[in-house]
Design a binder for this molecule. Sequence first.
Ligand code: FES
Length: 146
Amino acid sequence: MNFNNLDQLYRSVIMDHYKNPRNKGAIEDGSMTIDMNNPTCGDRIRLTLDVVDNVIKDAKFEGEGCSISMSSASMMTEAVKGHTIEEALHMSQEFSNMMLGESYEITDDMGDIESLSGVSKFPARIKCATLAWKAFEKGTKEEDDQ
Ligand code: FES
């Protein structure tokens, strides 16, 4: 597959997550609720997680934002489900490396998130793509503070 085809494939994956978001909504009685906004545009996300014995049993998101932020939240919630907090934090680190144009490793169980790799070429959009991941990281830090 040449780069143009890959680009088109990635674009259609992103649009599919934007138009048919996975895990949209809120978890009633979730164990973690995190609000996060993108300071550059004001768009917001609310992430709710159900964590049992350190494993993310369920993850949902609400919010309004651009196609990059919403598709990324959809992919992120899919990727972290069934994983431990530490595994999900590792995914977040790899995603961040990908956004920074550094070497990264995306494993099959991380789903579609590699389709956002092209965002690294558009620095103004990186905060859109990392919004859901940053919300997750913030939630784990708040847990630690308690
Ligand atoms: Fe607001 Fe992308 S423009 S999150």
